[in-house]
Design a protein around this ligand. Structure first.
Ligand code: BES
Ligand code: MN
Ligand code: ZN
Length: 485
């Protein structure tokens, strides 16, 4: 879908959308032949422009029938405009309509850009494997024009567009099945970030073995697919920011559980066990795409967790790159094994001031938070507050959990430095404590457990069923608000 900003409403628009508030709606004169009929029809349908309310009618305009959409937003709430843009697209995406015009004259520049952004996000879908999709089920909308918005809207747009492109990359990586996206092909799908100025380097399994990444490689050893560590560096500061922000993603391209194998029902969901890595890649694309004035390094630990004759066994003891040893009591608690080496490596190599990791780490976080919030764990109140604020502002919300010595004790092992599972309770916290053991003194670190928010069984404001792109908007906002001066 192409997105334009123009002064006048395009002649060929066949969807005319209006975003209105409760207080302005009653006196709103639609720039349409039949403004009165629109009001009367809306009244009949009990549309009052309440926030989130929307309404579609068909009426004659310029000698042809067009769809007219009204969407209600609350006064002054930025996020509502994204949702409004998303609603508009969702209503007509496969309707046969080709060109949406959003009326921009009653919107601020910001609101107009937000609406276009929401529409761009919500429009994403993957149809490439549906060779028999009925014509009536295919997307038809080709263009969206925001008409008559303040001129600044089109100045704001390129940054929003860049973030939407980042979110789209994440959704693509998350949606692709595991026979298509595995460590090597994940790397290939990210190589185009180099065109945006991202410096890409890749460690293969031999490189990682030489570095002593026994925890990450222990997970990978049961798979035919060799592991990769993908590193994406974006420095938009011209070298003036000394220590980068590091983003680290869990990229388990498929998680069978390994020898501690998962039940068959629902195992297909584990194709999106690389959602943390997907979010990191998407965030790097967003940051580079909008030329963020910040220094950020993204690292994706990429492995497949499979149970073959070479797979690691419950009880195996592995040595991580940090030198700490781990008793692997459950091969399905693999995400922390991948992350611990990626976390240690990035601290050694880049000396980051802040480290944020994202991982579909535990089913327990879904028990706690469902799919509304992702879990936040941090050794720094300052970092936790910054991330919480960015989450709230961006639409990817976070809820903080505690860390403590008492929880940490739960992963002590009688034979090694630690074991990879805790006791009965607090599964998400003991997983976070495990990661915390690989964070150096003085480094401000946060772990985001996104197992509940990567994949949605119903459509949300700016995503369809399936991949949500969670984390990209959050990380982009976190960087924008705190590291771009
Ligand atoms: N990838 C899973 C966590 C997960 C579960 C993500 C459901 C999304 C949906 C992770 O590797 C895992 O298997 N965790 C185990 C840990 C346990 C063995 C300590 C879990 O949560 O059951
Ligand atoms: Mn697992
Ligand atoms: Zn996993």
């Amino acid at each position: 879908m192409k997105i334009n900003f123009s002064d006048a409403r395009p002649q060929d628009a066949d969807v005319l959308a209006f975003i209105v508030t409760k207080t302005t709606f009653s006196d709103f004169t639609f720039p349409l032949e039949n403004s009165d009929i629109v009001h009367a029809t809306a009244k009949l349908a009990r549309f009052e422009a309440a926030a989130g309310q929307s309404f579609l009618l068909i009426n004659e305009e310029g000698g042809k029938l067009v769809r007219i959409i009204l969407v209600g937003v609350a006064d002054g709430e930025a996020g509502d405009y994204q949702k409004a843009g998303g609603d508009i697209v969702a209503k007509v995406q496969t309707s046969g309509a080709k060109h949406i015009a959003i009326h921009g004259a009653n919107l601020s520049a910001n609101a107009a850009a937000e609406a276009a952004y929401g529409a761009a996000l919500r429009n994403w879908r993957m149809d490439k494997y549906r060779t028999k999709l009925a014509d009536t089920a295919k997307p038809t909308v080709e263009t969206l024009t925001v008409a008559g918005a303040p001129a600044d809207a089109s100045t704001l747009w390129p940054s929003y567009h860049a973030i939407a492109e980042g979110v789209a990359l994440t959704k693509e990586l998350v949606t692709e099945p595991a026979n298509i996206i595995y460590p090597e092909s994940f790397v290939e799908r990210c190589k185009h970030l180099a065109e945006l100025g991202v410096e890409i380097s890749v460690l293969d399994d031999k490189d990682m073995a030489a570095l002593g990444m026994g925890a990450l490689l222990g997970v990978a050893q049961g798979s035919r697919r060799p592991a990769r560590l993908l590193v994406m560096k974006w420095d938009g500061t011209g070298g003036s920011q000394e220590r980068p922000v590091a983003l680290v993603g869990k990229g388990v391209t498929f998680d069978t559980g390994g020898i501690s194998i998962k039940p068959a029902a629902g195992m297909e969901d584990m194709k999106w066990d690389m959602g943390g890595a997907g979010a990191v890649a998407g965030a790097m694309k967003a940051l580079a795409g909008r030329k963020a004035k910040a220094y950020v390094v993204g690292v994706c630990g990429l492995v497949e967790n499979m149970p073959d004759g070479n797979a690691q066994r419950p009880g195996d003891i592995v040595t991580s790159m940090s030198g700490q040893t781990i008793e692997v009591l459950n091969t399905d608690a693999e995400g922390r094994l991948v992350l611990c080496d990626a976390l240690h490596w990035v601290q050694e190599k880049y000396n980051p001031e802040y480290v944020v990791d994202l991982a579909t780490l535990t089913g327990a976080i879904i028990v706690s938070l469902g799919s509304e919030y992702a879990g936040l764990f941090s050794n720094s109140d300052e970092l936790a507050d910054k991330l919480t604020a960015a989450g709230k502002a961006s639409g990817d919300p976070l809820w903080r959990f505690p860390l403590s010595k008492a929880y940490d004790k739960m992963i002590d092992s009688p034979i090694a430095d630690m074991k990879n599972i805790g006791g009965k309770g607090a599964g998400s916290i003991t997983a976070a404590q495990f990661l915390g053991r690989f964070i150096k003194d003085g480094v401000k670190w946060a772990h985001l457990d996104i197992a509940g928010t990567v994949w949605a069984d119903k459509a949300g404001p700016v995503w369809d069923k399936g991949a949500t792109g969670f984390g990209v908007r959050l990380l982009d906002r976190f960087v924008a608000d705190n590291f771009e001066g």
